[in-house]
Design a protein around this ligand. Sequence first.
Ligand SMILES: CC(C)(COP(=O)(O)OP(=O)(O)OC[C@H]1O[C@@H](n2cnc3c(N)ncnc32)[C@H](O)[C@@H]1OP(=O)(O)O)[C@@H](O)C(=O)NCCC(=O)NCCS
Length: 381
Amino acid sequence: MADVTYAKGLEGVIAGESRICKVDGEKGRLYYYGYRIRDLAENASFEETTYLLLYGELPTADQLADFRIKMRSARELTPPILTMIKDFPRTSHPMELLQSVINFLSGYVDHKIAHSPTCNCRNTLHQIAQLPSVVAAFHRYKNGLEPLPPRDDLSHGANFLWMLTGREPDDEDGNIMDKWLVLHAEHSFNASTFTARVVASTLSTCYCSISAAIGSLYGSLHGGANEKVMAMVEEIENVENVRPWLDHALMEKRKIMGMGHRVYKAKDPRSVIMEQFLERLSEKYGDSRNLEILKEVEKVFREKMEEKGKPIYPNVDFFSGAVYSLLGIPTNLFTPIFAIARSSGWLAHILEQRQDNRLFRPKALFVGDVERPWPSIGSRI
Ligand SMILES: CC(C)(COP(=O)(O)OP(=O)(O)OC[C@H]1O[C@@H](n2cnc3c(N)ncnc32)[C@H](O)[C@@H]1OP(=O)(O)O)[C@@H](O)C(=O)NCCC(=O)NCCS
């Protein structure tokens, strides 16, 4: 044991160097390549944010214009992909489809597997540009509708809403959807990003790395908390029920979804912005039920935790499901949309991993038996 450092789940272990994202858990700050998330959410589109993540610098006006054209012209799905989506079992979760479609896509694009930092994923941008089209097409097939072609006059977020619902969102809804994607684009060495880097470290393709990351995000400990927040809101039903509901939940030692974070020990800066989005949409649609319940949950829960000397704050998932709900997005698409946003962060990490690659190969702390005597088959019980 003496020379072995072990932390279950690699908690607190530094597993690599990265310049992409800093999460300052104490101050509640998040940076992409040095820019505060607050500034990005205020000023940048998802396309501009993606450029920053893939190139490490903000684009000039010309670079952004070119990049926008490149990303928008990569949105359309080809017939074989559409057939695959149509034939995929309708009862499957869209995350299962997303994981499969990424590798299927790999067979149909001229991506020239370059096991090098210059792999041309930054040029094709398929894994980022096509995920919204895939999610929207699957959703429409499931509901007996034909997929809609992408619109290149709309932002990444607004076009997604259009392809999903067939209604062109107004500026505010389109903008909030796009900023939602900005807020979720990157978050350092979380489980799915680490998965992407591990696969990339074997010099596998970007497609395989991203498909593995999608599998990792699918798990309920990673991508699914905002769905559970909405289930909680449905259970609570109204503001008057919040206090008794929380008393009961805490007595049963239940975790309150959307509250608390491994890294943030202050308010998650993304939840502050998400709350503002929810306020704007609640007012616009004249429906503030979810907002009121959530604010009361936050207030009462924080009061109770502070009494115990454990200040716990909302994380990004706390208000985000309610934002979706007002945008008309069904619950089973929450995690797939997270993947749509995070694809740009994953690709940034894959490219960074390749620039200074070393194969990930940790050791296990062996706790089994050795040198067991061989039993004859008749003597085994
Ligand atoms: C994310 C999470 C796993 C972090 O847990 P953690 O690392 O134990 O967090 P902390 O060390 O700050 O917890 C301090 C204490 O508060 C409790 N706590 C933290 N979050 C809590 C929550 N949401 N509900 C109830 N109690 C909570 C912890 O159990 C711990 O109690 P203890 O001292 O009696 O063991 C936890 O907050 C959680 O399960 N949150 C809900 C799920 C969620 O929203 N996930 C999305 C994360 S982005």
